[in-house]
Design a protein around this ligand. Structure first.
Ligand code: NDP
Length: 451
């Protein structure tokens, strides 16, 4: 008789805590997924016998390395870099690179774990990974960022490749950083190949990639509302963040007739009762280009807007909320405030922005809640399409990719409904996304035997 991992959920989570001491974010992400998976696999002994959940909660490997670089004043600086290759059961590892002082192994392990389910949900052949460094690009010159990126990739290049692991951008890593890293990879290996996504349009990047995550989060929101015969038109939206995801989410809300009231950064948030229209969004994009400006400057530029230093935007009454900055930026109290103020739907552009307590509050209030692993999957989906275009040496146009993104988000929404509908008209999108994402990866792992 095979040894089964048919232990109860609490015992399983205690084991995860014990094996990953001090890694709170990772334990939080595993706990959230395990709760749903446990119900689903309860009567499916094959998953227990093969220890699938235990195996999926253990990254294939974590690579950690030193990154030395020289700043403009000739000081030698030392940072730490990582690549977490979580699971490649259904395709090459795929996931972003984050440069931010808050990056730790735990944060990257949680992101790589989430990425595995998200990538599976897209229906494209991509495994899950994530990487980054505790480097802060803010305030650094272009030359410093270039030297850092070159040093980072000089170590990482040996672990990645178009059929092995294909990183992309994330917080602090945009087109500039991808350019420096791709250039260095090409220089070291002598090969032009689709090893990174989010590249510039001149050298293999995909149309729609910059817009994909933010637009996709709004398409997901649109699908949730449509499922209830409703739409974005005429509704107010509170958005956090002011980077790539947040500004494109704002743009798509405006395109669909909604009114955006807030945007933020790690310093605070701005509230504009007149609405942040396309012209103002373009101004913010310009301000934030290459990490330069602060959102506080918005209140000086546009009369009628107020700046709230050190605060988050969730106290502003709205119909729709889109957390698009970072993890754990919306806690239980803030979720309760949103619900008390009448929010009807939340769509996460960021990864795990809502704490577990906040998620429970949204579910108890039966509002539409689209978790990041489903709602923000548009970014990695178009990255997958960038890989296909690179492999075929072709490029598709904006319109074609726009249609593909819309269809992909519709497909993700459908899968969530398939596994998350409680039979009484309420869709638990977290459960739907977790089960649909898990099933494909788990079944591939079963097919491989014990590897
Ligand atoms: P950017 O670097 O372009 O922007 C990040 C934004 O979040 C900035 O406004 C930044 O403010 C703010 N922010 C970062 N850390 C904090 C913090 N600790 N507290 C408050 N605000 C903070 O990143 P993206 O827009 O690309 O990414 C945003 C989120 O979306 C992340 O969770 C990322 O993982 C997720 N995501 C991104 C994808 C993509 O395609 N880019 C794909 C899928 C998910 P400041 O400038 O002050 O740091």
């Amino acid at each position: 008789m095979a040894v089964s991992d048919h232990v109860d959920l609490d015992t399983f989570i205690k084991g995860v805590e014990k094996r990953n001491p001090g890694q709170e974010e990772f334990v939080q992400a595993v706990t959230e997924v395990a709760q749903d998976i446990y119900d689903f696999i309860e009567d499916k002994e094959e998953y227990h016998e093969a220890q699938i959940l235990r195996r999926i909660a253990e990254p294939d490997r974590v690579v950690s390395f030193r990154v030395c670089w020289e700043d403009d004043n000739h000081n030698i600086r030392v940072q730490r870099g990582w690549r977490v290759q979580n699971n490649n059961a259904i395709g090459p590892y795929k996931g972003g690179i984050r440069f931010h002082p808050s990056v730790t192994e735990s944060v990257l392990k949680f992101l790589a774990f989430e990425q595995t389910f998200k990538n599976s949900l897209t229906g494209l052949p991509m495994g899950g990974g994530k990487g980054g460094a505790n480097f802060n690009p803010r305030g650094k010159s272009d030359a410093e960022v270039m030297r850092f990126c070159q040093s980072f990739i000089t170590e990482l290049y040996r672990h990645i490749g178009p059929d092995t692991d294909v990183p992309a951008g994330d917080i602090g890593v945009g087109a500039r950083e991808i350019g420096y890293m791709f250039g260095q990879y090409k220089r070291i290996t002598g090969r032009w190949e689709g090893v990174l996504t989010g590249k510039g349009m001149e050298y293999g990047g995909s149309q729609m990639r910059p817009e994909a995550t933010g637009y996709g989060a709004v398409y997901f929101l649109e699908n949730m509302l449509k499922h209830k015969d409703d739409s974005i038109d005429g509704k107010t939206a509170v958005i956090s963040g002011s980077g790539n995801v947040a500004t494109h989410a704002a743009e798509q809300i405006v395109k669909q007739g909604g009114k955006v009231l807030t945007m933020s950064d790690s310093g605070g948030f701005i509230h504009d009762e007149d609405g942040i229209d396309q012209e103002k969004i373009d101004w913010i994009k310009d301000l934030k280009n290459n990490q330069r400006g602060r959102i506080s400057e918005y209140a000086d530029e546009f009369s009628g807007a107020s700046y709230h230093e050190g605060e988050r935007p969730w106290g502003v009454a709205c119909d729709l909320a889109l957390p698009c900055a970072t993890q754990n930026e919306l806690n239980g109290d803030e979720a309760k405030t949103l619900v008390d103020n009448g929010v009807i739907a939340v769509s996460e552009g960021a990864n795990m922005p809502t704490t577990l307590e906040g998620v429970h509050i949204f579910h108890d209030a039966k509002i539409m809640y689209g978790p990041g692993k489903a709602a923000n999957a548009g970014g990695v989906a178009v990255s997958g399409l960038e890989m296909s275009q690179n492999a075929e040496r072709i490029s598709w146009n904006h319109e074609r990719l726009g249609n593909m993104l819309t269809e992909l988000m519709e497909g993700i929404h459908e899968k969530c409904v398939e596994y998350g509908d409680d039979g009484n008209g309420y869709v638990d999108y977290v459960k739907g996304a977790n089960i649909a994402g898990f099933k494909k990866v788990a079944d591939a792992m079963l097919a491989y035997g014990v590897v």
